[in-house]
Every structure is written in C-alpha cells, then in structure tokens.
Design a protein around this ligand. Structure first.
Ligand SMILES: NC(=O)C1=CN([C@@H]2O[C@H](COP(=O)(O)OP(=O)(O)OC[C@H]3O[C@@H](n4cnc5c(N)ncnc54)[C@H](OP(=O)(O)O)[C@@H]3O)[C@@H](O)[C@H]2O)C=CC1
Ligand SMILES: O=C(O)C1=N[C@H](C(=O)O)C[C@H](O)C1
Length: 274
C-alpha cells in the first residue's frame, strides 16, 4: 500500500483536464477475476500508485482497505463488483466529492443506473460494459448496420456466451450492442427488446431485438449480432481471448478520466469514437 503523502503529485491544468501524476488508484472487487487481472498491470505501470483493494463491507486485510479509506486516498476507483455495489460506491464517492470512478461492473437495475447518473453530477464517472477496443468499435458498426437495414425486412438477434461463473444476463456488452442497434433504428431498446424465448412464443414481431444467452466452461466473452433477412444473414461478432485486454482498457479509462470535470463518460470518449 502507498503512503499517499509521499507521492510527488504534480497537477497541471491542460485542455479541460487536471493532469495527476501518479494517479492514486483503488480497485473495488480486487480479489475477483478482473481485480486479479488488473493488480499486476497497476504494479508495473508508473502512471499509477495502488492505494488498496476494496472488498465487501467489513472485508479488510489480504490487500483490502476500508471503503472510506479508499475514497479518501484515491484519485480514481476502478469498480469490477456488481451493479448494486457499483451504484452504492458511486453515491458514496459523490457524497465525498471524489474520487473519479471507472465502472466495469455489469448487471444494473434501472434505479441503479439513475443513482450513477445522479452521482455523475458531482464526480466524473466512466462506465462501460466492455473495455475492449474491438467491442467499442463494433458498437458503431452495429448502429450503422441497423440504420441501413430496414426493420420490416431484417431481424436483429444478439447472442452472447460467457463462463459458468458469470452472474448477470444478458451481458453488459450484449446490452450495449442492443442499445446501439435500437439507436440505429431510432427506437428505445426497452420498447423492442425480447430477453429469451420459451414455450409457445408466437411468431416473431417485426422490429423485435432478441437476446440469447449461453453460459459454459471458461468462455471469456463471445458476442454476435445477427441481421437476418429472408435470404441472407449478416453477422457482426467479437471474441475476447484474454481478460488482460479488459484490464488494459480499464487502465486507459482511468488515465483518461482522472482529473476530468464531473459527468458521465464512456469508452467511446477514451477511444475518440463517441
Ligand atoms: N467492463 C468490462 O470490460 C468487463 C466487465 N466485467 C464485469 O465486472 C464484474 C466482475 O467480474 P469478475 O471479476 O469476473 O467477477 P468476480 O465474481 O470474479 O469478482 C467480483 C468481485 O467483486 C466483489 N464483490 C461482490 N459484491 C461486492 C460488494 N457488495 N462490495 C464489494 N465487493 C463486492 C467480490 O467479492 P467476493 O470475492 O467476496 O465475492 C469479488 O471479489 C462483473 O459485473 C462483470 O460482468 C468483467 C469483465 C470485463
Ligand atoms: O463477466 C464477464 O466475464 C464479462 N462481463 C462483461 C459483460 O457483461 O459484457 C464484459 C465481458 O464480456 C466479460
């Protein structure tokens, strides 16, 4: 753990962002799969000084520090926990007037997203269901295809597959792709989504955007968006081969968001795709 008073912090105003060096960083969910992928990268990166991990309430020791200590010491907290825990942390960070948050957690209820939006009025929050370059580029391609292929002739279905320890469905990435497809069609996802099918479902309504989910073994993350017409199918897809890629994307997000003005940001902002 770092003695935060010992860092040589140099803050300079530059293009609407205060540059902080090194960036004091804490990780919520430090002992999880993503946390374990992030910690070695942080240790090897001179841009960052790790101030500690955050576990469940009361869980300290083994590299974990108290949540309020982390909020006090960090410039940025990376959150890879759950939707519920991330929304709670966002509220606490906003109450304290900082630090900035990078949220990678998925599986949000609508009210949790509202709480995050509220917190982002006070602190900068960058949230993405997927930190890979490929998925964030795919989001733009999906919106473009959905805009070009009319709903009366082209059905959209989103398929995702993940490891058997994942607790939320559809994945955050599948929902990002669904939002992009809906945006391309000029409709709200909530008005057209179909989350799974079972039994006598009836014919597929025109304009529906369907989600199908697989959970098996150690699959890191597979996503496909099908545009299916009567006589042809276009498939846009992405395969994650290693979690390290998500971890590197999350650190790029932390570097980007540190010192920003309050607001809600996405990986599109980091990658210049927004
Ligand atoms: N945006 C992206 O690019 C990516 C996002 N993810 C998302 O990140 C999240 C974590 O994934 P993964 O690392 O695989 O999951 P894990 O289950 O391996 O890790 C989650 C961690 O969060 C901790 N945790 C759970 N609830 C709380 C809480 N209330 N307060 C504090 N800590 C808590 C767990 O603690 P404990 O050990 O005690 O259970 C665990 O250490 C998921 O939502 C996943 O979908 C994953 C990969 C990439
Ligand atoms: O839980 C995971 O593992 C992953 N979660 C994210 C999601 O829900 O989309 C990102 C990635 O697919 C891995």
């Amino acid at each position: 753990m770092l003695d935060v008073n010992s860092r040589s912090a140099e803050n300079i105003a530059s293009q609407g962002k205060t540059v902080i060096s090194p960036i004091n960083i804490a990780v919520a969910g430090a002992n999880g799969r993503m946390g374990r992928a992030i910690l070695p990268l942080l240790a090897a990166d001179p841009d960052f000084a790790f101030v500690g991990g955050i576990g469940r309430e009361g869980a300290i020791g083994a590299g974990l520090i108290d949540r309020s200590a982390a909020i006090g010491a960090a410039d940025v907290i990376l959150d890879f926990t759950t939707g519920n825990a991330a929304a709670e942390l966002a509220g606490l960070c906003a109450l304290a007037g900082g630090p900035a948050l990078v949220i990678g957690a998925t599986g949000f209820e609508p009210d949790e997203l509202e709480r995050i939006a509220e917190a982002a009025r006070t602190i900068p929050i960058l949230r993405s269901g997927n930190f890979s370059i490929g998925v964030n580029m795919l989001v733009g391609l999906v919106a473009q295809a959905a805009r070009a292929l009319p709903a009366h002739a082209w059905d959209i279905e989103i398929l995702e597959a993940h490891h058997n320890r994942k607790i939320d469905a559809p994945s955050g990435t599948a929902l990002m792709l669904g939002e992009a497809a809906a945006e391309g069609r000029g409709v709200s996802l909530a008005s057209v989504e179909r989350r799974g099918r079972d039994g006598i479902t009836g014919e597929r309504p025109t304009g529906e955007i369907g989600f199908a989910v697989l959970r098996a073994g150690g699959i890191v993350g597979e996503h496909s968006v099908l545009f299916a017409a009567a006589e042809e199918v276009v498939t846009l897809s992405h395969s994650a081969l290693d979690r390290g890629m998500f971890a590197r994307g999350a650190l790029a997000a932390a570097r980007w968001v540190a010192g920003r003005a309050p607001g809600e940001y996405t990986m599109g902002d980091v990658l210049g795709l927004a």
